[in-house]
Design a protein around this ligand. Structure first.
Ligand code: HEM
Ligand code: CA
Ligand code: CA
Ligand code: MN
Length: 337
């Protein structure tokens, strides 16, 4: 069936719903100014992280409005929660951008829009769904709903289950850590990536978290950090533990870009509307930029061999991968904005 499209007042775009028209210029200026011309850099990474930290403030028993923009409107409260360390910077940057460009969509909508646009700049990422119409938040989220990297895996999976996510969906959401770096886990080395390709949404995080940890990239003894396999790469205790508890689901994504991207997209569609009523939202996914394909193949970083893989899934072997040639991989930090 043909979908009727309306002409937008700008004379350029058409949309399935007139309400989506107002988003095209917002996406354009996000790309040109906020994401520095369409980069998968620090702002894109932090904007993706913010989608999670706003949304996961939701519990059927403990309260919280989920993906409602509370982390921005009640930022004075929520950015002080320990688990939200560092998000004040992206909250303030997005707030300033909203004010500067007279953006009138709700904070909850803006946070999810920015995350979806930002991650579209990362080669290999799926084109995320974007639904419009979240009402303004009514209150701050309660504390202790955002998981910490030093939480036990039991408590992390229980927290996600409370918010409606299966262990497989948690693994899929952690594909986000393929385009990510830590600024605060080891404050002596801000910008230290979780995989060797932090500007590519590839499966490397699922491969590299499975390699035997041998070193701390900066100082040892930080809460929530365990040893990583590569110079310049940091490993969260939670990524490592999620992997050991849900090893086969983790391993299934290590060599399957298409499944990783599709599962991430599906889980993000749930995350982005936590606490919201899907039937009251308007599908404006068409405003999200088309995505770029990833050009590399899943591989072991140079210097690693199959014997460096810590087999964790009992049911099937880790996929056979070849190592990049050359000297042992050392990962460069993500530059600050
Ligand atoms: C078990 C659940 C999770 C834990 C414990 C966790 C923990 C963390 C920590 C500690 C950092 C580093 C922050 C810093 O020091 O700057 C981080 C970064 C990040 N997280 Fe997660 N995370 C989890 C799930 C998620 C999910 C579901 C998303 C998805 C949307 C996400 C997206 C990101 C991104 C994109 C970054 C990188 C930010 C940047 O590079 O600036 N995380 N996460
Ligand atoms: Ca929220
Ligand atoms: Ca990556
Ligand atoms: Mn950062």
């Amino acid at each position: 069936a043909l979908t009727r499209r309306v002409a937008c007042p700008d004379g350029v775009h058409t949309a399935t719903n007139e309400a989506c028209c107002a988003l095209f210029p917002i996406v354009d200026v996000l790309q040109s100014e906020f994401f520095d011309g369409g980069e998968c850099g620090e702002e894109a990474h932090e904007s993706l992280r913010l989608t999670f930290h706003d949304a996961i403030g939701f519990s059927p028993t403990k309260g919280g409005g989920g993906a409602d923009g509370s982390i921005m409107v009640f930022g004075d409260i929520e950015t002080n929660f320990h688990a939200n360390g560092g998000v004040d910077e992206i909250v303030n940057a997005q707030k300033a951008f909203i004010a500067q460009h007279n953006i009138t969509i709700s904070p909850g909508d803006f946070i999810q829009l920015a995350g979806a646009v930002g991650v579209s700049n990362c080669a290999g990422a799926p084109r995320l769904e974007f639904l419009l119409g979240r009402p303004p938040p009514v209150a701050a989220s309660p504390d202790l709903l955002v998981p910490e990297p030093f939480d036990t895996i039991t408590s992390i999976l229980a927290r996600f289950a409370d918010a409606g996510f299966s262990p497989e969906e948690v693994v899929a959401l952690l594909a986000s850590h393929s385009v990510a770096a830590a600024d605060h886990v080891d404050p002596t080395i801000p910008g230290t990536p979780f995989d060797s390709t932090p500007s590519v949404f590839d499966t490397q995080v699922f491969i590299e978290v499975q390699l035997r940890g041998t070193l701390f990239p900066g100082t040892g003894g930080n809460q929530g950090e365990v040893e990583s396999p590569l110079e310049g790469e940091i490993r969260l205790q939670s990524d490592h533990d999620v992997n050991s508890r849900t090893a086969c689901a983790w391993q299934a994504l290590a060599n399957d870009q298409a499944k990783m991207a599709a599962d991430f997209r599906a889980a993000m569609s749930k995350l982005a509307i936590l606490g919201q009523d899907r039937t009251k939202l308007i599908d404006c996914s068409e405003v999200i930029p088309s995505t770029k394909t990833v050009s590399t193949r899943p591989h072991l970083p140079a210097g690693q061999t199959e014997s460096d893989v810590e087999q964790a899934c009992a049911a099937s072997p880790f996929p056979a991968l070849t190592a990049d040639p050359g000297p042992a991989t050392s990962v460069a930090p993500v530059p600050p904005s």
